[in-house]
Design a protein around this ligand. Sequence first.
Ligand code: F6P
Length: 323
Amino acid sequence: MERIGVLTSGGDAPGMNAAIRAVVRAVVARGVGVFGIRRGYQGLIEGAIEPMNARSVSGIINRGGTMLQTARCQAFHDAEGRARAAAQLRELSIEGLVVIGGDGSYRGAQALHAEHGVACIGLPGTIDNDIGGTDYTIGFDTAINVAVEAIDRVRDTAASHDRIFFVEVMGRHSGYIAMMCGLAGGAEEVLTPEEPTDIPALVAALRRSRDNGKRSMIVVVAEGDDAGNALQVAKRVAEVSEFTDTRVAVIGHLQRGGSPTAFDRVLAGRMGVRAVEALLAGEAGKMVGVRGLELVLAPLSDAWEQRGRFDPEYSRIARVLSV
Ligand code: F6P
């Protein structure tokens, strides 16, 4: 393989830059050509492909976002879009592609590999940590640390006013961010898409906490909770209880930006090098994951077939700790 491309796709995540850097430098170290593709699959279809070198990725290890930019590309869902993308790669003799993104991005990589023989390797880059085949995704650690810092700040003002706060964190389909933030932030309640939310039961739990002497409380709400977002949950609680003077804080995209933690940078560096070495060893249609301390290669399809990392044990622990 003489030429390898790299792109970031789907929602950006802190540590994507560190991953791009690792991929580029690992390719350079092997004397192979490396190309950066802008705006994910969208840029691939449009031919927004530029040669890179070791210096192209200087000074980005500490930067959030992605220097290559990213997109959620509708056109790549169609065979025609993928054929155009494959033609762009053929034109530049790029045979291997490292795709940094979530499971949606991997589905695209899988199709590109199956239909056009492009050797693709996935790197898990998403704040949601909701991909099968790996214990951690790049960006998750940073995102939860940002959100926990925000929760700590909310707690200060909540305690000063004896208030209940509903704090919304990201996770349209996944409650993993919410649960980890709830545990680390000492939340009284955590609402996730994975577990049905019962408003009367939530009210009963808040009353129990109050009867146990708590004067302020934090309820962490995943944006994709089945009872609605934090504003809607607060409204529904107010409609059926005495908890009418509550406040809502939406952390939202703040937790997607900012400098990646050391954990995310190291993970990105290790995974990036492994992805390139795998490609050059002839692997394709696989993703790099981490299991415990070890890096592993798994089929791309594990990303969506092996999901379900959400463990109800976390909820149990959260309940024990919030008494
Ligand atoms: O998948 C990452 C993520 O940040 C989710 O947590 C969130 O639900 C979604 O992306 C938001 O996407 P967008 O930035 O396109 O609104």
